[in-house]
Design a binder for this molecule. Structure first.
Ligand code: LEU
Length: 439
């Protein structure tokens, strides 16, 4: 067993006691204990803490969300939780068997997962009017759950997290197909070992890999040089130039679309949780063909100034947890890169974060998106795009081929940023729609 820090060990024990298992997501996140801590507190709160939605609803919403990315791993864990909470097992037969009220949420689930910019106040209005309607507090709770599980699906595929041992498709051919009984003796707590065996979506083609012949990566030294010269640069660009640069990066991203056909063949055991499987991500830059939705400008609606307080107002203090989680992910650094020490990596990390939100049409006005192109090479952009937008098509091979000079912990770190920047993007759109509905 590898060495793990004391903090991580304590968190693993907490997680084990909460869930009666130490799932692989927790183990992989164990590379980053500060983050894992706030992640677990948040997840525990939205699933098990004080909140407007009943517990069975919460877990079913998680299943619907993970279904958008065909993430069997999360679906199976949440099915078990659903049953442990006394959920009605006939709901697990599929969307046709759930209460109308839950089914009404499906549209928002779909839009939020793939094209959050299409969400508007009419969607909120539909939910909150009429028979079996939702309270605003319930809507916010549901939206936080949806965004959490969409983004967590990105993390699961992006890191190649395996199926749990006791699930079908797990990497041991165990005979049991349910959670270990309460009170069973804890397995020993392993060290984080991501990716040790096959990927969870092993039927998927490694489409990223097939996109281009193995590309030469620029390497860590070059990257460090570029960060250095960017930090020495004194030039300031006009707003106009900045807008142009944003649009350029956004348009380039269109070319990174997968060449292979989407996986519309749903796996038999999850297909009944998915409606309209062909509704997928579409490049924000291409939206003009059907609508004229403007770029989302963070200066007009930001998490810090708007989203955060709205969530707090409508759903206990969950805004505080989310805020801490976003900040932890955004600021996380060990001042390392590949094998190098004492490196200021903030420019690289900011480029990743802003690139992710760019794919959802979100623009940070003060940022020079030219930096994205200097610091993120094509293969990394392609990986990030697929993990964000088509996680179900990412395989272990894709993970292996990207960032080859970096450590595992750093690749996991990048996937954490994918999770959080995507989650924040979804929440920004959803909360802005709610705000518009309320005013
Ligand atoms: C994503 C990684 C390159 C982050 C880096 N290891 C840091 O400590 O900031």
């Amino acid at each position: 067993m590898g060495q793990i820090g004391r903090d991580t060990h304590m968190l693993f024990i907490d997680a084990f006691l909460q869930n009666n298992r130490l799932d692989h997501v927790t183990q992989v996140m164990g590379y980053h204990p500060t983050y894992l801590d706030i992640f677990l507190r948040t997840q525990n709160f939205i699933l098990r803490g004080d909140g407007p939605l009943p517990y069975d609803y919460r877990h079913f919403i998680a299943i619907m969300a993970a279904g958008r990315h065909q993430c069997s791993y999360l679906i199976n864990l949440q099915k078990q939780e659903f049953l442990l909470q006394g959920g009605d097992h006939t709901w697990l037969k599929g969307l046709s068997r759930i209460p109308q009220k839950l089914r009404d949420l499906y549209d928002i689930n779909k839009i939020l997962a793939h094209r959050p910019w299409l969400l508007n106040k009419s969607h909120i209005e539909k939910l909150t009017k009429g028979k079996d309607s939702w309270s605003l507090a319930e809507v916010v709770h549901a939206i936080v759950l949806l965004a959490h599980f969409h983004s967590l699906s990105s993390f699961v595929f992006g890191c190649g997290v395996n199926e749990e041992l006791d699930q079908d498709g797990g990497h041991h051919n165990g005979s049991s197909d349910s959670a270990p009984p309460l009170g069973s003796s804890p397995r020993s707590v392993p060290s984080p070992t991501p990716l040790s065996t096959g990927p969870s979506n092993r039927d998927a083609e490694p489409w990223l890999a097939s996109m281009s012949p193995v590309e030469q990566e620029v390497g860590v030294d070059m990257l460090m040089q570029r960060m250095k010269s960017l930090s020495e640069r004194a030039e300031e660009f006009s707003q106009e130039e900045k807008t142009k640069r944003f649009e350029h990066v956004e348009n380039q991203s269109v070319e990174l679309s997968p060449g292979l056909e989407p996986l519309t063949q749903l796996k038999a055991d999850i297909g009944h949780f998915v409606d309209d499987p062909t509704f997928l991500y579409q490049d924000f830059a291409r939206r003009g063909e059907v609508s004229d939705i403007p770029t989302f400008r963070v200066q007009d609606y930001s998490w810090d100034d708007h989203g955060y307080s709205l969530v707090n107002r409508l759903y206990n203090d969950v805004g505080n947890l989310l805020d801490e989680k976003f900040k932890t992910a955004y600021n996380l650094t060990y001042y390392t890169m590949g094998g190098r020490k004492d490196v200021d990596t903030s420019r690289f990390r900011r480029a990743i974060w802003n690139y992710i939100q760019c794919m959802f049409g979100i623009r940070h006005d003060d940022y020079d998106y030219g930096e994205v192109n200097q610091l993120l090479e094509r293969s990394l952009k392609a990986f990030i795009k697929s993990a964000c937008c088509y996680p179900e098509r990412v395989t272990k091979k894709d993970y292996d081929r990207v960032l080859r000079e970096f450590r595992h912990s750093e690749k996991v770190h990048v996937n954490l940023m994918v999770l959080e920047a995507r989650m924040q993007a979804e929440l920004l759109y959803a909360l802005r729609a709610i705000m518009r509905y309320m005013t």
